[in-house]
Design a protein around this ligand. Structure first.
Ligand code: BTN
Length: 320
């Protein structure tokens, strides 16, 4: 969306404290004043408020509240996650677009993000409310180092990355609910949906979809947003940047040390342990006490004294 020169002009406007001379900008990028004006108009059309004062130059007075790729990449410390970002103002679901890119051999770490989704989806075919003000993105992963049967753990890895990223960006400490929810003050703040493309015995790619309620207000009673919990409008760009960095960090850790240490960390943030829960697995429901997760990330459910069932996937409802 922005050319290299557009980005550099924007950078100069951000750096300049007062007005930045048009003459200086044109000379700096070896372009005419007319060409400079076109670049400025393009920035203006994207929502950057730039005032032009005769004899003084241009001044950036406000930046739009948009998750523009060039803003996210500014100072992004991750090496792979988010190096390629496909931006949409509106989309049916970022999952579908990322899936297509996965089939077209797009590189690992490619992010598809959208300001809103028309048909955002969650686990178990549920709807994910995706109004403007939240963060909705899908991340393309090619985890060749993960065996197919370990693929569900990628959800846990991504959830942990989100928790750490949100904590670093906002100072708010979230908790986790097996298998894919990030909670804040007892309500759901963020959800992760991993969709896996595989051959018979190996992962082809994983689309890790992340939804975070940031500045959104109209949410169901069981959900919350960072704004609703803090009464502060949050910087979404900063949040997505730190989340991507932490997901990459968790991903690299798994590559180096396997899932073990990370799963123990994941477990320490989960609030279910020792509580009576009901687990819904499609048509079936099992009651028990949540005891932890095993080395594959399966839920350990005590259904009778000293009788543990290992649950691969399901929906957990806390009863007590
Ligand atoms: C859940 O909690 O059930 C998972 C929610 C996942 C929502 C994200 S938003 C970005 C991506 N696109 C989607 O349609 N879903 C995921």
């Amino acid at each position: 969306m922005l050319s290299d020169v557009d980005c550099k002009i924007l950078e100069e406007l951000k750096r300049g404290h007062g007005h930045v001379s048009g003459e200086w900008l044109a000379a700096r990028f070896s372009i005419t004043r007319q060409a400079l004006w076109k670049h400025i108009s393009k920035l203006d059309a994207l929502g950057y408020q730039i005032v032009a004062v005769p004899h003084l130059g241009y001044k950036l007075t406000a930046a739009p509240d948009k998750l523009y790729p060039w803003e996210i990449k500014r100072g992004l410390k991750s090496k792979v996650m988010g190096r390629e970002i496909r931006y949409h103002q509106s989309i049916d679901s970022t999952q579908n677009e990322a899936w297509k890119l996965g089939l077209q051999n797009a590189s690992e770490g490619t992010v598809v993000l959208s300001e809103r989704q028309i048909r955002g989806r969650g686990r178990m075919s549920r709807r994910w409310i995706s109004a403007c003000g939240g963060i909705y993105f899908s991340l393309l992963l090619r985890p060749r180092f993960v065996a197919l049967e370990m693929a569900p753990q990628i959800t846990l890895l991504v959830a942990l990355g989100c928790l750490y990223g949100i904590r670093e960006a906002t100072g708010l400490v979230c908790s986790l609910k097996w298998p894919n929810d990030v909670f804040l003050n007892g309500k759901k703040l963020s959800g992760i949906l991993c969709e896996i493309s595989s051959d018979t015995d190996r992962i082809n790619f994983v689309i890790a979809g992340v939804g975070i309620n940031v500045n959104t207000k109209d949410l169901p009673p069981a959900a919350t947003s960072l704004f609703l919990e803090s009464q502060e409008k949050m910087d979404r760009t900063f949040i997505i940047r730190t989340v991507l960095e932490h997901i990459e960090n968790c991903y690299n850790r798994v590559r180096q040390e396997g899932f073990g240490p990370l799963l123990r960390e994941w477990e320490s943030f989960c609030f279910l342990w020792g509580h009576e829960v009901k687990v819904r697995i499609f048509e079936r429901e099992i009651n028990g006490v949540a005891r932890g997760i095993d080395e594959r990330g399966y839920l350990l459910l005590e259904t009778a004294p000293r009788r543990i069932e290992r649950i691969y996937a399901g929906d957990v409802i806390k009863v007590n």
